[in-house]
Design a protein around this ligand. Sequence first.
Ligand code: SF4
Length: 731
Amino acid sequence: MNSLSRRKFLKITGAAAGVAAAGSAALKATQRAGNTGPERGVRTVPTYCDICFWKCGTIAYVRDGKLWKVEGNPLDPLSNGRLCPRGTGGVGAHTDPDRLRAPLLRKRKRGEEVWVEVTWDEALDFIARKMQKIKSEYGPESMALFSHGIGGNFLKHTLKAYGTPNAAAPSFAQCRGPRDVGFRLTFGEDVSSPERTDIRNAKCIVLLGSHIGENMHNTQVQEFSDAVGNGASVIVADPRFSIAAGKAKYYLPVKPGTDIALLLAWMHILVKEELYDREYVSEHGFGFEQFAATLAPFTPEWAYPETGIDPELIRATAREMARYKPATLVHPGRHVTWYGDDAQRSRAIALLNALLGSWGRKGGFYAPVSMDVPAYPYPEYPKTVRGKADNPGHRYPFAHETITTGIREATISGSPYPIKGWMVYATNLLHALPNEQETIRAIQNLDLMVVIDVIPSEIAGWADVVLPEAIYLERHDDLNVEWFREPFIALRQPVVDAPHEQKPNWWIAKQLAMRLGLGSYFPWANIEEYLHHRLEAGGFSYEELKRDGIIRGKKQPVYYEEGLTPAFPTPSGKIEFYSLQLQQAGFDPVPAYKRPAEGPPGFYRLLYGRAPVHSFSRTHSNRILSDMMSENEVWVNTNTALRHELTNGEYIRLKNQDGVVSNRIRVKVTERIRPDCVYMVHGFGHTAKGLKHAFGKGASDAQMITRYTTDALMGGTAMNVNFVTFEPAEA
Ligand code: SF4
């Protein structure tokens, strides 16, 4: 990383400096250790990161046999040779003294966290026996898998071979699902991950509650930093003055829950003043006249009392967006399960982009490409007799992935059929799903509850069997064949051995399959054989991938300007300004605004977000990362703090509208948040006994989220619908 870009990167992120060391000198000094005796010297291994799901290419350094440090792989287009602050803390995941060490079998009641260590054979035999029993008594569909990240691929394969279609990830119904549904309904395609946002070429970037720089998706932060450095105009609408807002030309402190009103007013101006991309809209749009007519009443003056945003500011920002079209990117966000109208809000964002002509255009949204690597030729999975359990009768007609909370509901109700076994991989469901009591109620109905993870998280505390996984620096995983601006393949490979009895997920999945009589689905002897086979079938060299960590493909056209043919796989084959499929399903064909419900007097809407040094609730026992941030704080507006006699830095507790009281949390008194809401970073306030280092530090937003509103289009669970007030810490 050159010094200028590194300085800009840290300036944007606000993260602690000095975590990542420059690597070129060390790379030159690299030497291979001998094959005998204790390992000496420095060696490097390319792999890809798993501190979050972004999968940045990494170079891991081993010095005298010990994991030393990790840096970005300069060959990797996601990291560009630079990791985010969390990624640089990867060594701390390996050395974490609180991590799971051996398979555990529950000794007492679920949730009491009393275990006995068992061998892998004992643990896997136990699970296989229980799974066979569930299959014979209830059918294979009665097992469900919850997973997060690429590491779940092999377990999904085992579960599909076993015969269940019920595999879900919180990344859909608790995160990006509404966004992808809103964009699919408009353009026929979703935003995918990593997002197809061409931030680095954007001339104007609009962020609605999207905390780039705090929400640390490495590539996006680097591109945002470059775009800001190149003079891009940034518009931020957010109840909180985020890090990104600090880079903005225009900051709009929008009232929480009123974003659709703001979006309608912006679109009203673009249409009324004929500032939209007329050629693009007339060539690619469907139903524009009806759409334009629907917008007529939504003037900035109409939006003002709803959003709190000055009509002239709404006009000025709409004109600013138009000035730079089509290189104006209204960012679709990622974690967008906020108020229950989230798919329609995301559709409004898609429509605003459509008016600006940014879909498929440079500085807007590129069309991602990928390498052609054939899947492994497995036998066909058994046909399931019953469909998935999460969405009976398609009550959420636009859900295109499995709804986690739908599986939870089926587990509680036994309808449309009983769910009797959960396998939970790398997702702390008690922090990821709203209303933890509902999750616990569901678990009580299970005959088998298995958790596979690297740390003893809260959800592991409710398992019958806990299986310790090797961390990403100790294991192979599936190939990362990413959809991105340019095609590439990345390899995850072990750098060091797991320190105890931990095993890689592929080994666990294979061993379990063998015990279930599903050996034909794992014809390969080990994962290297599997990886080799897939790469060879695609005409790629495994040796090259092992050496470099990355194989990059040829650049291809990714914008319409480069000759790419526009294609919109919607029912009309065009961009659907007016959606007949929504209308036919009984929904608004153009997004409509509904005023959000207020909280009780003296209560404030609870908003939550991310920190640049932590991922979800999974990194708080990592000593390197917790050293940078060991607890969260609650942001309270200065006037609100005065009213409640709160002082900056004091510990308090939060109490939500249902009387649930949080762990103690420090107050941050600030002008940087509206007076009608408070904000905290997600994932803190651990209650799992095994997380000794993180236990009781900060408060858990998940504990406060007892209520949620379900998105009628796709089953996403909106969580910014809870309100809190303040209690003394000693209460
Ligand atoms: S964004 Fe950060 S934590 Fe996530 S994969 Fe990249 S370097 Fe790792």
